[in-house]
Write a protein of this length. Sequence first.
Length: 282
Amino acid sequence: MKIGKYELHVIETGSFGLDGGAMFGIIPKPLWSKFNPADELNRVSLSARNLLLVGGSRRILIDTGIGSDWDEKFVKIYRLDQSVNTLHKSFDKLGIKPEEITDVLLTHLHFDHTGGSTILKEGDWIPAFPNAKYYIQKKHFEWAVNPTDRDRGSFISNRFMPLHKEGLLHFVDGDVPFDDEIDFITINGHTSFQQMIKIHDSSNTILYCGDLFPFTSHIPIPYVMGYDLQPLITVQEKKKFLPQAVEGNWKLFFEHDPEVIMATVAESNKGFSIDQVFTEMI
């Protein structure tokens, strides 16, 4: 798929599991389990899916997936499965080398979104993309280095602090354009100053949703994660962006849905729902 000057490629980095109750908050299990069945430990499957934009001299990666070099305890708790897909296997399929990445746009610094930003080499954590500039909202970075007790476990410092140490972390301040076809849009329900990435031209728009809509099943307004720091803010944000998505026929890019890569949204008297589904990049 091409938008403006950019050719878009899906980057799969593996799958993992999180508690279904935490993923759906107040929604009862008999409802969410119809679409997201749980295992014997109540974990539902999540993809760790990213997006690569290639245009001219730029190779832009949006989020870096869950990464590698996790210990056995982590792999067991989160049911991490990278037997088929990793970031580097996806790169190899496209003939892309990590050194060729020019920019990394990070939605936020939770480990499943920035885990692949660094790699472990000879006992030290170093940037995975040494020639890239990594972009994050300044206020989110400030939150990540001083989180609350509630969300401290979501921030693994060795997955992003080496970027800051090496001077590769570039701070974004609010809703600003990256260029004429890419915009940063801040949201605060899931975590403070997460940024969605809007990619657009005169005929197409893709909204890289981050954790506003992890699954297609999070489209209905009440379906809000228990992980969200401010769930009522998430509700307001969904009410803001879903009508825009319907009106503009945006394609929403799902980072965590185990099957669906993108979808458009429809509205009826019953609320918002998924319309056209894409299981591959068109």
